[in-house]
Design a binder for this molecule. Structure first.
Ligand code: NAP
Length: 353
């Protein structure tokens, strides 16, 4: 019997504190990877997942994309994240080819809608028209009949939230998506969507996708965590390594071929400050003491929070993927004493409001 902390336990027994539930792994790879419920919903996602942003269609071609997806799947990753906007649709095309040969029921595939991907004033946003156009295009590119999770990539101030909730419910009824969620919505916006859905007997969002890493904490730890617990929203978090800065790879400059070296990603270079590098160096020393890499420490640290259903990782190389997936086993090394030392190094714990 395999015991793992799961946020979902709190929802089975709403009055009980967050705790652990037992699941029985049925295959060897399920023994290595832990799966968490997506908030209060029934679907389970691998606590470490893999996303296509920047890499697919830019840094990786068909062959490499396939190798990475299959390697991730073989290590127990079941959740693969994408968006209509990534590499102008190329990322979905590559992922669609890469998953060929894998059992579709075993995969949790996601995509997103909001950013401009089509011509004209209706080629963006969350109107029913654009959502319908975009989901059809995503399904075609991914070569699948349905998405497991569909995210509203940002809040759209130009579309009534009622229209969004009704459209997502409609997509679920049509079998085009199974669950829906938000990305970078505020706690108030998520709460409004959930209440509206409940009021009209529609299916509410069950997941939010926020940025969360050691340098970007407030949103998840102060704003979203209470809403996640109260409303049963799972968090699938992005940029766990702050675009690679938390691996230590930028400590001595910008390596050729790395994300920060890409012309389109020039803004990342502004994030590589002497202060942050000083913090990363201290984290690297602590990680080495624990027999971990800096990336593993940074990813495992995110998994400590039960509101997090899955940490969406990114990787351009198989070795990076292997290293990052090792974070699942690193979690047990994060004792209270280690967590205190990390807090002292980061010195950025957000204050409760
Ligand atoms: N909802 C949203 O608005 C949103 C926004 C951003 C991302 N996301 C999702 O979150 C996923 C992950 O975000 P992210 O790619 O920014 O994650 P990240 O972990 O912060 O950065 C990943 C990048 O860091 C480098 N890297 C990763 N592991 C490494 C290792 N062990 N050693 C050295 N370098 C390493 C690689 O880039 P190089 O090798 O090129 O340096 C890799 O592509 C995306 O793919 C996407 O699915 C969502």
């Amino acid at each position: 019997m395999h015991t793992q902390p799961l946020f979902g336990a709190a929802f089975l027994f709403p009055l009980a504190p967050l705790g652990t539930i037992k699941t029985t792994p049925v295959t060897e790879k399920e023994r290595k990877m832990h799966y968490r419920r997506l908030g209060r919903s029934g679907i389970k996602v691998s606590e470490l997942s893999y996303g296509a942003w920047v890499t697919f269609g830019n840094q990786l071609g068909e062959k490499e994309a396939r190798e990475i997806i299959h390697a991730a799947y073989d290590r127990g990753v079941n959740f693969f994240d994408n968006a209509d906007i990534y590499a102008k649709g190329q990322a979905e095309i590559l992922m669609g080819k890469a998953i060929q040969g894998l059992p579709r029921p075993a995969l949790v595939l996601s995509s997103k809608v909001f950013w401009p991907t089509m011509p004209g004033p209706n080629g963006r946003g969350l109107s029913r028209k654009h959502i319908m156009e975009s989901i059809h295009a995503s399904l075609r590119r991914l070569g699948t009949d349905y998405l497991d999770i569909y995210y509203c990539h940002r809040f759209d101030p130009d579309t009534p939230i009622e229209e969004v909730v009704y459209t997502m419910n409609l997509l679920i009824q049509q079998g085009k998506i199974l669950y829906w969620g938000t990305s970078e919505w505020t706690a108030a916006q998520i709460t409004q969507a959930v209440h509206l859905a409940r009021q009209h007997h529609l299916l509410p969002p069950v997941v939010e996708q926020p940025q969360y890493n050691m340098f970007h904490r407030r949103r998840v730890e102060v704003e979203l965590a209470p809403v996640a617990r109260e409303l049963g929203i799972g968090l699938t978090t992005w940029s766990p390594l702050y675009s690679g800065i938390l691996t230590g790879k930028y400590n001595e400059g910008i390596p050729e071929g790395s994300r920060a070296s890409l012309e389109s990603m020039a803004w990342i270079r502004d994030r590589i400050t002497p202060e942050r590098i000083a913090v990363v160096r201290q984290l690297s020393a602590l990680a080495a003491e624990l027999g971990l890499t800096t990336a593993q420490l940074a990813i495992a640290w995110l998994l400590r929070r039960k509101e997090v259903s899955s940490v969406i990782t990114g990787a351009t190389k198989l070795a990076q993927l292997e290293e990052n997936l090792g974070a699942a086993e690193a979690l047990e090394k994060l004792t209270d004493e280690v967590l205190d030392r990390i807090e002292a190094i980061l010195d950025n714990a957000p204050e409760e409001e």
